[in-house]
Write a protein that binds this ligand. Structure first.
Ligand SMILES: Cc1cc2nc3c(=O)[nH]c(=O)nc-3n(C[C@H](O)[C@H](O)[C@H](O)COP(=O)(O)OP(=O)(O)OC[C@H]3O[C@@H](n4cnc5c(N)ncnc54)[C@H](O)[C@@H]3O)c2cc1C
Length: 803
């Protein structure tokens, strides 16, 4: 009985993550009380003393820690400088809470909601709308293969290149959320224009200048970038260095040369870059290269490392102008070369002092842009797919019913709606985080990878639902280009496979874990005494943390997390409980797997990818709850929130299942399953019934559909199809009661092509009014305008596609 009481107290303190001192005192209290009431056998006192005294007296346990430190150093690969810089970059935010096993929901609800200032609202309603009204995406993508000059000029004049530039330097100084809203609007209509606007506002000359530029560089370049006098690009990727950007072969050798008629110390640059967005039209080339000082003109160091410089493209020897053609999304993108281009040292961003600091600068500035540009493009694309596909499914009839009423199509519609909600939630949540000053490196990788993947899923489902309508290219096709262009976002700013396999969990497990980084840092400390002291502290805290996660994971699994305190009392309460449960499972599995694989985990991408999926889905699931809460918990969002949450949590469960099934040591995987899933796999994907409800709502021009697609370009304009699709849907719904009325009166139901002729018959027989007849004609015209596709003469085909 005493043993059971002791184990119970230990389990409770571990579950509550009590400190070692509190746990020891609780055990001592049990022994004393028990001794007072009954008697405690000596063996219990002895065992307790043997365990508790060394644990509580660091000087006694340090010899053990010193031995473990030796083993640890042997199995941990040395972290290179570039890896260390990447690991140190940015901040750690909510992702740490979901990684570490016990999310603090109070902190979560205190994260401020994303908002817009009046000025930002006015920009969205003014220049952003106006820009969209000028865009003819078919003309751009298929005929001109560029934005028209007046659109370029409008973009520059209205400050679309200056969202991130502070007002003091002539920029708009917008919040991350405002930038995101503008990019959503543009991308819902034109991924080409969206890319053009995104690039100067992402990682590139302006961002780097703001953080690292000299005052002189900032004063000269930022106002010129803000008003579009300079068109920037940033060239990192080289032919042989894509994902492995640290391996660029491009060089800058310090030497003496002539500059403005004088001999100065400068850099002779050679580069061969590709895939560089805006390079063909750039006036200012941000260049990353490796800097060498073989003659020691700057000091002792011969290899200074990656360096970033700004090179005006009219400098002798700079080659730009040729273009790549990225998947029929013809934003300006191309290669650039330079041979023996000599520039002075003050072309380095931040001047000579920043020579060799380029990698740190890049990884440190990556997060904000990565969390905004591509996720906003993905959000604009997914919302557009949801808006058009919901409408199309309702107005397109086959077998005498809207295709959107067929269960197979409803499955696709539910996925589109649910995934669009997920994308919108996670990009809004992360933008709000950035606006509070965070530079969340792991979260930005999660958001980039998952929003682009989910948007691609939506595009594929949207294409399926539209059938031939979306396959036939032409001015009437609003989906084809978004579908074609989806792989672009998948590839850039960290290709998705690499981001999933290496970055999210690789960086997440080190940065988000409360002790791993401390252990690594201690093990690399040259001061042996301090190393042992720090290592010992982190090691024993880590052991307590791991034991706590084991107890929590088992208990939360056994009780289906039903006893976890719910921060909300409605249907979302259960989801909070489940996030807490899987967060604990992630923390527990992470510790075990890191213990088993050590540094080898870096190469076991199938395992780390799945653990990354757990982390990502928990992060996205939290963001859905936050989004719903920030919106005021509207009733019309409930079904889509349920669908998205159930999808995310199911994916989390299956990722954990995948880790256990493929555990490197088979028997251990089976034992771990007893801890993580003591009652088997509890969750199912969203039910068909729920999916059908969501699918129906996507086809109704009511609150859920309207809010899900909020922020895209819905206005009436010459070239946009989005207004027309929605109008066709509204007219269709308005017309249907009229058709039902005259069908009943005539005693026959029209086929799709017979609606107008039957209506005419009904009008002639006085069964409907003139207004009702006009409505039928208008609705049918609108429907046919949408379901019809383009065709071209032989000449048009060759003119269009060979221009
Ligand atoms: C349209 C477009 C615009 C771009 N704009 C710019 C720009 O403005 N400036 C610039 O500098 N660059 C730009 N890029 C380059 C872009 O960042 C690179 O394409 C990207 O880094 C991937 O490199 P890669 O295409 O050579 O693919 P590769 O590096 O050859 O990768 C091929 C595949 O291998 C996977 N992979 C690679 N390493 C790993 C790993 N360790 N683990 C798992 N999987 C891995 C990748 O995920 C990918 O799926 C652009 C690219 C495109 C397509």
């Amino acid at each position: 009985m005493l043993t059971i009481s002791l184990l119970l107290v230990l389990a409770i303190t571990l579950y509550q993550r009590a400190s070692l001192k509190v746990t020891s005192l609780a055990i001592l209290a049990v022994l004393l009380i028990w001794g007072f009431v009954y008697s405690v056998p000596y063996i219990h006192w002895i065992i307790s003393a043997i365990i508790l005294i060394p644990l509580n007296v660091p000087a006694l346990r340090r010899p053990i820690s010193a031995n473990i430190l030796g083993v640890f150093k042997g199995i941990m690969p040395k972290i290179s400088d570039t890896e260390q810089e990447a690991l140190d970059a940015g901040t750690i935010w909510w992702e740490q809470e979901v990684f570490a096993g016990k999310p603090n929901w109070k902190r979560f609800h205190n994260i401020p909601k994303a908002t817009l200032t009046a000025e930002e609202e006015a920009f969205l309603a003014g220049p952003a709308e106006e820009l969209c009204s000028m865009i003819n995406e078919w003309q751009i993508t298929s005929i001109d293969r560029d934005l028209p000059p007046e659109v370029w000029q409008f973009i520059k004049d209205k400050g679309f290149f200056s969202f991130i530039i502070p007002k003091e330097y002539g920029g708009l100084g917008f919040s991350a959320y405002a930038q995101s809203q503008v990019l959503i609007k543009i991308n819902s209509l034109s991924p080409t224009a969206g890319s053009v606007v995104s690039v100067p506002n992402s990682l590139g000359p302006a961002e780097l200048l703001m953080h690292y530029g000299t005052e002189e560089q900032k004063k000269y370049y930022l106002p010129r970038l803000a008003d579009g006098k300079e068109v920037p690009c940033f060239a990192l990727t080289a032919v042989e260095a894509g994902s492995d950007a640290g391996g660029i072969p491009d060089s800058g050798v310090v030497c003496k040369g002539q500059w403005n008629g004088e001999e100065v110390i400068g850099i002779k640059l050679n580069w061969n870059k590709r895939y560089i967005t805006l390079a063909p039209v750039a006036t200012l080339l941000g260049l990353a290269f490796k800097m060498y000082d073989p003659d020691g003109l700057l000091g002792d160091k011969k290899e200074l490392g990656i360096t970033c410089a700004l090179i005006p493209t009219d400098t002798d020897g700079v080659e730009i102008g040729r273009r790549h053609y990225p998947l029929s999304t013809p934003f300006q993108n191309g290669p650039t070369q330079g041979e023996d281009v000599f520039v002075p040292l003050d072309y380095i961003i931040g001047g000579q002092a920043m020579a060799g600091q380029g990698w740190r600068m890049l990884v440190d500035c990556l997060s904000a842009g990565r969390a905004i540009s591509l996720p906003s493009g993905a959000t604009g694309g997914a919302k557009m797919v949801a808006y058009t596909t919901g409408a199309y499914a309702r107005i397109r009839k086959q077998f005498k019913v809207p295709v959107g009423y067929m269960e197979g199509v409803m499955e696709a519609l539910a996925r589109i709606a649910g995934k669009t909600y997920m994308i919108d939630a996670v990009r809004t949540f992360t933008a709000a985080g950035i606006d509070t000053g965070e530079k969340p490196s792991v979260a930005s990788a999660i958001v980039k990878m998952h929003t682009t993947k989910l948007a691609q899923d939506c595009a594929i489902d949207g294409m399926d639902v539209h059938g031939g309508k979306a396959v036939m290219m032409g001015p009437k096709n609003y989906l084809g280009r978004a579908y074609q262009g989806a792989p672009i976002s998948i590839t850039v700013e960290g290709a998705n496979i690499l981001t999933r396999s290496l970055i999210i969990y690789g960086q997440g497990s080190i940065r988000c874990h409360p002790y791993v980084l401390k252990l690594i840092e201690a093990s690399q400390n040259e001061n042996k005494t301090q190393a042992i002291k720090d290592f010992d502290k982190a090691l024993f805290a880590h052991i307590g943390f791991a034991m706590s996660n084991k107890v929590r994971t088992f208990w939360l699994g056994l009780t289906a997390s039903l006893f976890v305190r719910k921060p909300q009392s409605d249907f979302t309460g259960r989801y909070y409980q489940r996030i807490t449960r899987f967060s604990s499972a992630l923390a527990f599995l992470s510790d075990v797997i890191m213990g088993v694989l050590g540094g080898e985990l870096k190469r076991r991408e199938s395992i780390s990818g799945r653990l990354g999926d757990m982390l990502s889905n928990l992060f996205i699931a939290s963001s859905i709850l936050k989004h719903f809460d920030d919106k005021g918990r509207p009733a019309h969002d409930q079904d889509v929130v349920k669908w998205s949450m159930e999808h995310c949590l199911y994916e989390t469960q299956m990722a954990a299942d995948g880790v256990l099934r493929n555990f490197p040591i088979g028997w251990m995987g089976k034992l771990l399953r007893l801890v993580v899933f003591p009652l088997g796999l509890p969750l199912s994907p969203p039910s068909d019934k729920l999916g059908r409800k969501v699918a129906k709502q996507l086809q109704q021009p009511e609150a859920m559909r309207e809010e899900l697609t909020h922020g895209i370009y819905k206005s009436e304009s010459q070239y946009s199809n989005l207004f027309k699709v929605d109008k066709a849907l509204r007219l269709q719904l308005e017309m249907e009661p009229v058709v039902a009325k005259f069908s009943a009166a005539l005693g026959k139901k029209p086929l799709n092509h017979e609606v107008v002729s039957f209506a005419k018959e009904a009008l002639d027989e006085g069964l409907i009014h003139d207004d009702e007849f006009k409505l039928v004609v208008e609705a049918e015209e609108a429907r046919l305008d949408i379901i019809n596709v383009d065709d071209f003469s032989k000449e048009e085909m060759s003119d269009t596609f060979n221009s």
